[in-house]
Design a protein around this ligand. Structure first.
Ligand code: 4AD
Ligand code: MG
Length: 482
């Protein structure tokens, strides 16, 4: 094909009166004369000026919203308002027609709900162009952050036989014939006949395998898809999401918190440095969206202010026990405005409580530590019982404004006897995790790690409000379209 110029570069050019070729998709075509063309290289369109008197009428008719075209012409300084450059078209070729009667993306404002139903086309809007550019930049920044610090990127398995979180929220992987399931003499499904000769599932977390690698490389991270069959129909949950899980040997909870805070600040800074056009656009989009909300529901800071605020302030660190005390005496708790009233130590925090702490009480990101052992996973390091004899673990959750939990992590239980005791209490089969327990037998060492939900990070940085709008093709209960 002829070499095409990217529209992003042409919009900034100062070299005029040269012949160029651009290819892209028509956003609008006004007065048979002005095409707004977008090729995805940036949100901006380039204006193509068509000499309609000397252009075949049939060709003009085929220049419709959504059509893919190739234009060769001269790049000139624009005479019109609103743009610096135009291309005076010499030849226009239709690469792919788009029937204007049927093309669902009209040049007008569509709701995000509608765009979700046409997720295969929504990349062609400015909003989704910006969201996915930011998503790309954040992914790149994460790799750069860990690479600079000498972490090894591990690809942990997607199919596994274990439940890393012990929460039983797995999707089964099987090739058994459902119409003719093999049974054991006891009448149970006979997985020995299955593909892997055992029951297997999609991973909920790469952590356990990550720990194995950290016990050799010292510091590793994973960045891959994870799957949860939890029936959560919320704006924060997906059945398939991407997670970043660093794991560091010879590190405690303190080191873990520092790594997490450094990483979040690094990637947010990277986005501000590299995606300012997109973030300014999203900032404006959010301001517009907030106008339709009642005053009390509007955020106090704009998106850009919020990102900068996050960079320039230390995260608030406090224990679960202190957080419970704050929540218990809080107004919404006293006035029973919370859906789940906090009346006892040991209660699991709901997102309403997390958001109260972050958005109303501290007004900044918060790291909660040392949760009750009973509401956390088996692998977390056991603290000594507190003055009241209550058992906590060296866990940490990072809570963000508008998001709630963005990171969950802990120091790991490296003492074999403590770990196996806990597994026994929770009925977690030790024979299946023999390889995990081996690290505690052969050169065990203090270590810590966490998981960052990538889509929750993208939500925060883009200011979008529904997690289904920051992953290309969201998976959630009763939906696996596209
Ligand atoms: O808190 P979680 O369940 O922790 C783990 O999986 C640990 N193995 C991590 C570790 O220590 N290596 O999940 C970690 C993060 C959450 O804080 C949240 O941001 C995100 O993953 N997350 C989800 N994101 C979208 N949809 C869901 N259903 C999510 N569940 C968790
Ligand atoms: Mg968690």
């Amino acid at each position: 094909m002829i070499k095409r110029e990217k529209i992003q570069r042409l919009l900034e050019t100062t070299e005029f009166d040269k012949e160029v070729t651009v290819m892209g998709w028509v956003r609008t075509f006004r007065n048979n004369q002005f095409i707004a063309l977008n090729d995805g290289s940036c949100m901006g369109n380039i204006q193509i000026v068509v000499d309609f008197n000397n252009t075949d009428e049939n060709l003009l008719k085929r220049i419709t919203t959504g059509a893919a075209i190739s234009v060769t012409g001269t790049i000139v300084e624009s005479l019109g308002k609103g743009q610096r450059v135009d291309i005076k078209a010499a030849t226009i070729k239709i690469l792919g027609d788009s029937d204007p009667e049927k093309f669902p993306l009209q040049p007008k404002k569509h709701s995000l709900e509608f765009l979700r139903e046409i997720a295969h086309l929504r990349f062609r809007t400015n909003t989704f162009n910006a969201v996915f550019k930011v998503r790309h930049a954040l992914a790149f920044a994460i790799h750069q952050f860990y690479n600079e610090r000498g972490f090894v990127y591990m690809h942990t398995p997607i199919i596994t036989a274990s439940d890393a979180e012990g929460a039983g929220e797995m999707f089964k992987v099987t090739t058994l014939d459902f119409d003719n399931v093999p049974r054991t003499p006891e009448g149970k499904v006979d997985y020995s006949e299955d593909f892997f000769a055992r029951s297997s599932n999609l991973t909920v977390s790469g952590q356990l395998e990550g720990e194995l690698a950290a016990m050799a490389f010292g510091q590793i991270y994973t960045f891959g898809p994870t799957f949860r069959a939890e029936n959560s129909n919320t704006t924060r949950h997906l059945a398939e999401f991407w997670m970043i899980e660093p794991e560091v040997a010879f590190a405690d909870l303190e080191d873990n918190m520092q790594l997490a805070e450094d990483m979040l600040k690094y990637v947010i800074h990277y986005a501000l440095e590299n995606c300012i056009d997109e973030l300014e656009f999203l900032n404006g989009r959010l301001l517009e969206e907030e106008k339709s909300k009642p005053q009390i529901e509007r955020s106090e800071l704009s998106l850009l202010d919020k990102l900068n605020f996050c960079l320039n302030n230390d995260f608030e660190r406090l224990t679960y026990t202190k957080a419970i005390a704050i929540l218990k005496s809080s107004k919404p708790n006293q006035k029973k405005q919370f859906k789940y009233i906090i009346d006892e130590w040991g209660a699991d925090l709901q997102s309403e409580h997390e958001r109260f702490l972050v958005e109303k009480h501290f007004k900044k990101p918060v790291i909660l530590t040392d949760y009750p052992a009973d509401i956390k996973s088996f692998y977390m390091r056991q603290n000594e019982p507190d003055a009241q004899g209550r058992n906590t673990v060296a866990a940490m959750d990072i809570l963000f404004p508008g998001i709630g939990e963005i990171i969950g992590g802990s120091q790991r239980e490296e003492r074999l006897d403590r770990l196996t005791n806990r597994m026994e209490q929770l009925d977690i089969p030790q024979d299946e995790l023999w390889w995990y327990l081996d690290t505690r037998k052969f050169g065990s060492a203090p270590h810590a790690g966490f998981g960052l939900g990538f889509e929750r990070l993208v939500l925060f940085v883009t200011g979008m409000t529904n997690i289904r709008d920051v992953i290309a093709f969201p998976r959630f209960p009763k939906n696996a379209e596209f």
